[in-house]
Design a protein around this ligand. Structure first.
Ligand code: NAP
Length: 451
């Protein structure tokens, strides 16, 4: 039997587990999927926006993988901490596949980032997703929000901020988030991109959705769109990828639309603005974002123009990408924020380290959609299977679960997770809503039967 630990139960971890048990080259593979949280599914549970039900429904296919009899889910198990160092994990399993994602947000590196009211989009997403480590948010007095960045996460947080109660209530938003978002006096959300519309990273489906929110006006400024060479020059426009052309069409439509006087809120997309400072107001809270106007440099980048503009904001969310976090005991490339690897094999001191593998964002960086993780995990598993002969010859103790418990860990098994799921469904029923997330550790532990 080849015992493999997969660390992380998000899409890349589940796809790696699936590839390991569904192959036919190496019989008798058994997989333990370990997660620090008592709940599985990683960013599908704690990152995909609550109003994106279709993407959330992916949990159905991830669930059927984790219910395979050759796979065990072991939640509430932190790898890399005092109870379970990575070296110990390698003693317990023939191979370990690290699928730990990219948990940290990137910063802007400009003055004022420590002001109250300035947060990462990651923190905001964790809060409205009911992540048990998320800090509480305060939206009191917030009338204007600025979201820095033009990726899909920026679109997600702008949309959740702008949505109204009737659209949020049917989701699994935890109670504190539903309460604050429902009662917020927010009027304007401004998304700020340092480059032009043809270089924005969001996808057209997500962009278009911003124009369909009830009571929300989506805006773009024709003068800013025209700064993009692709808007001024038909030949440059024709050379763009189809997705960028579609984005431009959507934005042009918004720029040309008449104002919507009855709108409750607005979402404005601003381009060629680079935040240079976050300005504080009374009580150390942010009051505005100072941006420098940029212009295309002809090479796909931008240059500063020396002219500045201030955007009012009592809330600033920076949404400028994620970064991998080093895991004690694993090599880490601080420049790329990933673990060095060769086709998924962890590379230590220039050589592939037998029995250690990576997949997902910690392998390739925080890019791509959920489905991108499937081929990524398959490549890693294919490397592992090539090494399987040598790996299986290594002596390993019996069931690793006993060693984990002996080390003082209290794994949440699949029935424990099902009990959390049932408790969330019950909470939802009692509130006349769909399933509602339990957003704290004591609640999750109690529901899983650990206390
Ligand atoms: P992203 O797509 O990499 O976008 C990051 C944005 O931040 C870019 O607009 C980038 O601008 C900007 N940026 C970076 N550094 C900056 C700085 N110092 N100042 C100003 N702007 C800066 O990252 P993401 O939005 O976090 O998304 C991560 C991945 O998750 C992506 O692959 C995304 O598609 C995926 N995702 C998908 C969905 C979905 O499918 N619905 C939802 C959420 C996330 P430049 O281009 O100028 O660098």
């Amino acid at each position: 039997m080849l015992r493999v630990a997969v660390v992380g139960s998000g899409p890349s971890g589940v796809y790696a587990a699936q590839a390991l048990v569904q192959q036919r080259e190496v019989p008798g593979v058994r997989v333990d999927v370990l997660d620090r949280l008592p709940a599985p599914y990683g960013l599908v549970r704690y990152g995909v926006a609550p109003d994106h039900e279709k993407i959330k429904s992916l949990t159905g296919s991830l669930r059927s993988v984790l219910e395979d009899e050759r796979i065990r889910f072991l939640g509430n198990v932190e790898v890399g901490g005092a109870l379970l160092p990575t070296a110990r994990l390698s003693e317990l399993y023939h191979a370990v596949v690290y699928c730990v994602g990219a948990a940290r947000d990137r910063t802007l590196g400009i003055p004022g980032e420590d002001l109250a009211g300035v947060h990462s989009a990651t923190a905001f997403v964790s809060w409205y997703s009911g992540h048990p480590d998320a800090a509480a948010f305060d939206l009191a007095g917030v009338r204007s929000a600025v979201v820095v960045g033009a990726g899909n996460v920026a679109v997600d947080v702008a949309r959740i901020l702008a949505r109204g109660v009737p659209e949020l209530e049917p989701t699994d938003l935890p109670l504190p988030a539903l309460g604050l978002l429902s009662w917020s006096g927010l009027r304007t959300v401004t998304m700020v991109a340092r480059r032009g519309p043809s270089q924005a990273r969001f996808t057209t489906k997500e962009l278009r959705e911003l124009g369909t929110l009830a009571g929300v006006e989506a805006r773009a400024e024709a003068a800013e769109l025209d700064l993009d060479p692709a808007c001024a020059d038909p030949a440059a426009a024709a050379a763009l990828p189809a997705a960028a052309r579609r984005n431009l069409e959507v934005l042009r439509g918004w720029a040309a639309a008449a104002p919507a006087p009855g709108a409750r809120r607005s979402i404005s997309l601003r381009f060629y603005l680079r935040p240079v400072e976050l300005l504080g107001g009374p009580r150390g809270r942010v009051r505005a974002v100072r941006c420098e106007r940029t212009a295309p440099d002809g090479l796909g980048g931008v240059r500063g123009t020396g002219t500045y503009e201030e955007l009012d904001a009592e809330l600033v969310l920076r949404s400028v990408g994620y970064r991998g976090v080093p895991l004690t005991g694993l090599p880490f490339d601080a420049v790329t924020g990933t673990v060095p690897h060769a086709a998924g094999r962890v590379v230590r001191g220039g050589r592939a380290s037998p029995g250690e593998y990576v997949a997902g964002w910690i392998k390739r960086g925080p890019t791509g959609v959920i489905g991108t993780n499937r081929p990524c995990a398959k490549e890693t598993v294919s490397s592992l299977l090539q090494d399987a002969g040598a790996l299986a010859r290594r002596e390993r103790p019996g069931d690793p679960l006993e060693a984990l418990c002996a080390a003082g860990l209290r794994p949440v098994r699949w029935p424990g997770w099902l009990a959390i799921e049932a408790a969330e469904a019950e909470l939802g029923r009692s509130l006349g809503r769909r399933s509602v997330k339990i957003p704290d550790w004591p609640g999750l532990r109690a529901a899983a039967g650990l206390v």
